[in-house]
Design a protein around this ligand. Structure first.
Ligand code: BT5
Length: 253
């Protein structure tokens, strides 16, 4: 294996040529007791999932689709901290492998310029007052070609190949990502959320800027002032108070 010994993430690896969704597979394995660090990796997905029932395009032979099982000692409402951790790990990996500088768009998109290159979908099983397990679902467009993107995506998209002009080795990318995830998770267990939040803010496209957030129930405007321990976006209101936004689409203006 290319993976250094002792790397928590990927110490058990379940690989499939094709599956419906690596997140669904990992969820099932976790329910059956699979240990922390187990990863499901697939070459293609027929039912790749985005948030809110949306679809993740998952053609064969070009991209990365994986789901990591973690069993963090967290309260259910703190589990979204791990989404920020995985966003930082993916951003670091893109930088290390390609030299490109991705931005993170709250809560879970990685962008190159204005185009989405990776998406994250975390799912959780909660026991009464503790997290049972978390599935970190990660999709990265690595060598996807322009004609493989369907029309009518919600946002413009790209791949590492399209953005850099060079084919990127999927195995090199994947090994680096597992190492970044493992190192990030170990640090998170030792030091908590603050270092993750700080690095996330530094890599965010909108942090500290004037934004409009479409919450579905209306549009809120103001400076993007932080993220709290539940992963909510903190928006400063004209009276100086902070408004917590748990979900929505952010536009910088
Ligand atoms: C996401 O959802 O960005 C989360 C994507 C997570 C995918 C991974 S792959 C491994 C694991 N197993 C799964 O089943 N899922 C995870 P969301 O923010 O809802 O974005 C979805 C929207 O992005 C779609 O409605 C499309 O408009 C667009 N989209 C779909 N496929 C895309 C792609 N490959 N690249 C860029 N944009 C895409």
């Amino acid at each position: 294996s290319l993976l250094p010994t002792g790397c928590l993430v990927g110490r058990r690896l379940v690989c499939a040529a094709a599956t419906s969704s690596t997140n669904s597979d990992a969820f099932r394995l976790a329910e059956e007791g699979a240990p922390e660090g187990t990863v499901v990796l697939a070459d293609s997905q027929s039912g790749g999932k985005g948030r809110l029932g949306r679809r993740w395009e998952s053609p064969a032979g070009v991209n990365l689709y994986c789901s990591v099982i973690l069993r963090p000692p967290l309260l259910p409402h703190e589990a979204s901290q791990l989404t920020f951790l995985s966003a930082v790990a993916v951003a670091r990996t893109i930088e290390a492998v390609t030299g490109l500088h991705p931005g993170i768009k709250w809560p879970n998109d990685l962008l190159l310029g204005e185009r989405k290159v990776a998406g994250l979908l975390n799912e959780m099983s909660a026991e009464t007052d503790r997290v049972g397990f978390v599935i970190l679902g990660i999709g990265v467009n690595i060598n996807m070609q322009a004609h493989q993107f369907p029309d009518g995506l919600r946002h413009p998209a790209t791949s590492l190949l399209l953005a850099s002009g060079t084919t990127v080795s999927r195995s090199v990318f994947t090994v680096r990502l597992f190492q970044e995830l493992a190192a990030g998770y170990e640090r998170f267990l030792r030091e908590g959320f603050d270092p993750v939040r700080e690095e996330w803010a530094g890599r965010s496209t909108a942090f500290g800027r004037e934004v409009a957030v479409d919450t579905g129930a209306g549009i809120l405007r103001g400076p993007f002032s932080g993220i709290d321990r539940d992963g909510a976006l903190l928006l400063q209101r004209p009276d100086g108070s902070l408004e917590r936004v748990l979900s929505g689409d952010v536009t910088v203006y």
